[in-house]
Every structure is written in C-alpha cells, then in structure tokens.
Design a protein around this ligand. Structure first.
Ligand code: ZN
Ligand code: FE
Length: 234
C-alpha cells in the first residue's frame, strides 16, 4: 500500500502540491514534484523519511524547483518523462509511455500526458488506485496549452477517462475554488460541499475519484472534440 501525503508549496501564490509517497511494505519513499525544497524537507523530517526518488510530472519550474536541493540532501534519484530528460534539473532516468516504475512493491505505470507540455507524464499506481496528474487534470479544470495542441490534450483526457471510476487523482495545484462557480446540478453540489469542507479544515480539496470528476469536471464530461475545441477557446 502507498501512503500519500500532500505538501502545499508556494502557498498563497501558485498553491502547488508536492506529494510524499511511501510504499509501506518496503518503507521506500519518493517525493512527487518538489515545487520548492523547504516544505518538502520539513515534511520528510516530520515523518523521519529519506526519499529515495524524486518523481516529476513535467519540466515547469513550479514542479521541479526543489529537485536539486532535495536530490542532494537525500541522494534521491530523479525520474522524469523521457522528453524532459535534458530540461529537468537533476534528471537521472527518462521514462516513456507504458514504462513501469517500482517504488518498492508499489508499481506506477507511466501514461503520456501531452497537451500542457510536450513531455508531461501521468503516474498511475493501479493497485493503489492513485493517479498523479500534475498540470493535466485539476479539480474541475485542466491545464493550459503551453506546448501541446488541443488534440493532444483531448487524447490525454480520453486516456484518463478510461481509468477506473474509483481511482483517486492527485493534481499539481489547488485550483478547486475557481471551478466551483461554473458547475451545476446535484453531483456538483455534493462535489462543492465535500471540497469546501476539506478546504475549510486547511486540507486540499483533493483527492476526488475519477468517477466524480468525469461527471463534474466540464472538460472530462465533454464527449465531443468540436465542443472541446470551443471550450479551449480555439
Ligand atoms: Zn506546468
Ligand atoms: Fe504548474
């Protein structure tokens, strides 16, 4: 089993989430997207953890800026998408679509997540029902197109939609409040209640299941590429 701890970074600015992942069978840990080093190192100290890996979703600075400091402090190995191998600080190993990464006994499948950037990857721990979506999928919204095309983003979202409904997803930013105004209906009301209750306690709104997201996130609910083009403003 995988223990997952969200770590808020760039609080009040970009509100990134890094995640501390521990495979409980082996005690091996990884830091997902260390946006900045200090809050990540604090959480590692609190849990008395020395992460063996850094896992990255994509090369944007707000996901990798803590890489070098965390790598140096713990001797962590930095696992990135193959496309980003030469532009992510400290990158050691490039992974491609379909590759499998083992964190102890917890296995992640790499899924190509092109659209936000050309090298974006999604990390899918099938047995743990956990998907790390970086800047592809947020609560109630999706990432902007920095390098990719509308079709590429559409393709990545269709792959996410094929994953089981009970998969919990962990996004790269806390953007939930921005999306709440634009959704309507009973499922949306349940979503809003759950999200705001968690946020009020100082917790992330995440994780939600892909099943909930497929209904409430307008970009996942959309089944028509033409309509999706319009939503993306092109
Ligand atoms: Zn990004
Ligand atoms: Fe980001």
């Amino acid at each position: 089993m995988l223990k997952i701890t969200p770590i808020l970074c760039r609080s009040g600015k970009m509100n990134n989430y890094a995640y501390l992942l521990t495979d409980q069978a082996s005690g091996i840990s990884a830091v997902f997207d260390p946006s900045e080093a200090a809050p990540v190192i604090d959480e590692c100290a609190r849990q008395n953890i020395c992460p063996a890996y850094i896992l990255n979703s994509h090369h944007h600075f707000d996901h990798v800026e803590g890489n070098l400091e965390v790598k140096e402090k713990y001797g962590a190995k930095v696992m990135v998408g193959a496309y980003d191998e030469n532009r992510i600080p400290g990158a050691d190993v490039g992974l491609a679509d379909g590759d499998v990464f083992c964190l102890g006994e917890s296995k992640a499948q790499i899924i190509c997540g092109k659209g936000h950037t050309s090298g974006h990857i999604l990390w899918y721990f099938a047995a743990d029902k956990a998907l790390f979506t970086g800047d592809v999928l947020f609560n109630l919204s999706i990432g902007g197109l920095f390098e990719g095309t509308v079709e590429e983003m559409w393709g990545s979202l269709q792959r996410i939609k094929k994953l089981p409904d009970d998969t919990l997803f962990y996004p790269g930013h806390e953007y939930t409040l921005y999306g709440l105004g634009g959704i309507h209906g009973p499922a949306a009301e349940r979503y809003a209640l759950k999200a705001t209750a968690r946020l009020k306690q100082g917790l992330p709104a995440a994780p939600f299941t892909l099943g909930e997201e497929k209904i409430c996130n307008p970009y996942l609910a959309c089944d028509d590429l033409g309509e999706f083009y319009q939503m993306m403003g092109s």
